[in-house]
Design a protein around this ligand. Sequence first.
Ligand code: FAD
Length: 621
Amino acid sequence: MSQIVEVKVPDIGDFSDVPVIELFVKPGDAIKVDESICTLESDKATMDVPSSAEGVIREVLVKVGDRVGEGAVLLKVEAEGAGAAPAGAGEAKAAPVSSSAAATPTAPAAPAAPPAPAPTAAKHAGGADLECDMLVLGAGPGGYSAAFRAADLGLKTVIVERYATLGGVCLNVGCIPSKALLHVAQVIDEAGHMAAAGITFAKPAVDLDALRAHKDKVVGKLTAGLAGMAKGRKVEVVRGLGTFLDANHVEVELTSGSGQDKTGEKKVVRFGQCIIAAGSAAVHLPFIPKDPRVVDSTGALELRTSGGKAPAKMLVIGGGIIGLEMATVYSTLGTRVDVVEMLDALMQGPDRDAVKVWEKQNAQRFDNIMLKTKTVAVEAKDDGLWVTFEGAEGSKSAPQGPQRYDMILQAAGRSPNGGKIGAENAGVVVTDRGFIPVDAQMRTNVPHIFAIGDVNGNPMLAHKAVHEGHVAAEVAAGETQGKSELARSAFDATVIPSVAYTHPEVAWVGFTEEQAKREGRKIETAKFPWAASGRAIANGADYGFTKLIFDAETHRVIGGAIVGPSAGDMIGEVCLAIEMGADAVDIGKTIHPHPTLGETIGLAAEVAHGSCTDIPSMRKK
Ligand code: FAD
């Protein structure tokens, strides 16, 4: 007997009212339990919603662009009695799928149990060239941190990494090179602003080859440091592409050169435990042709030139943090930049008041910001890349007819590498989008195999990867050595901060006002305008602000946002206050140095408390 079953949005952590950005099903489709229905996106945190029922889809109740929260009905499925998921299956967790390098506002709750049945592990019949207690697959910030921690805790550790240098995306083609370029851009921007103080500089002459060399030097310094630290800890690095043979063996196809050229040689490593830290890769939109003028963030960081110059006109697809950071760099180097974003706003994570400040400060930077607009076609011609856009209903920003660009940056998210490492041979569950689900101790469904960083879910951020790497290594070492205090190590951070290192920077952590409102949580908000900060005025940054968000009942700080120069350096204090359960008095009565921008955090707490004397008189609460 068949019955109609409603499939609802499950618990998606701290999100509510998030847009549907992709829909994978239509009426009439057959669907199985755990098959993806749609993708939801909040800021750069993107998650897949799995089906909790098996059967034939009779009705799809959402469309791309709709905003949904926990409990919203997505589908009506005609399920055969036996095939229907049990009651409560709708509580399956949404699987995170991608991120463009920012964060969920709060740290995820303990991750869900693996959503799919575990594959049957293979059995490797041969021997091994190398044995270790701990094999770490991937040497990004998660992987090298995990490996070094494991080695420090006494485990014989091997890292398998396909590229020549350690450090993964973050050090080689992510956080660090982008910040090296953003710093240069900031100096150029600041120099321009000095005219208001009576100092004018000549227009900067940009030598892109020298700038690239500077960026490479910054990266080289850090990656060389990591190689030295691995050596010092006796962590063996095997250079090559690793694939699981079974739950205790990885085969490494050795690589050489600056890329992933295979030498033809192989090595098998036998491990006691393993940490998968294989990271993520940029999403490439299928309809965009392969052309050297179309780049992802890695290509953009290469600063390719045409006639020694930056491209004249560039399109950035994706208004998330990676796209906006690269747009900041290129626009400062002289490129005219358009940004196209499918959603109704740039930078989805923080409150709109912070984004508004950013938008005002960046109004001159962009020729055209196209919101609620899709890129539907790209044609590579000799004279440029011709792009056709389609505006959503009600959107006026999509230009009519194809537009010409010299370069396109695809910054439409990142997808995890979980499906590319033969995890099934080890019996490890991988979601259909390539994530490897873990528990709070970072264990996969195979208890001696852990997964950390971008490959296990959002937010895809280096500081999350490092934190998780330490947890996994400590849990692993505790087990093998019986150190119970380490075996208790688990991911229990309350918040993970996010920062857009644009000009100005936007940093936020924990609850936003919008999120609190959506969730019906009673809050008190206190904002300190930088127009009242002596240091901000002196620095020409009086447009910024610092905002703290408190729980109205406990009075503890549960969120914060800062917009202005060095916001990213300052948000750590708000993270600490949240983790320590501080209230406005704790923060406001902490003496901050004067005159600093950091002082505005104490002053925002004083605003909450009613004791701030740097703004017009306040009634004491
Ligand atoms: P990765 O850094 O992706 O490392 C994975 C490693 O595994 C890679 O070295 C890869 O070669 C290796 N690997 C994968 N598969 C195999 C295999 N089969 N065999 C051998 N080796 C393998 N985050 C921030 O927190 N702050 C920022 O400012 C920031 N800026 C960014 C800017 C850009 C342009 C980009 C692209 C990302 C940025 N990020 C930022 C995100 C950050 O880089 C990632 O979250 C972080 O690198 C994830 O670390 P990870 O260890 O999980 O994986």
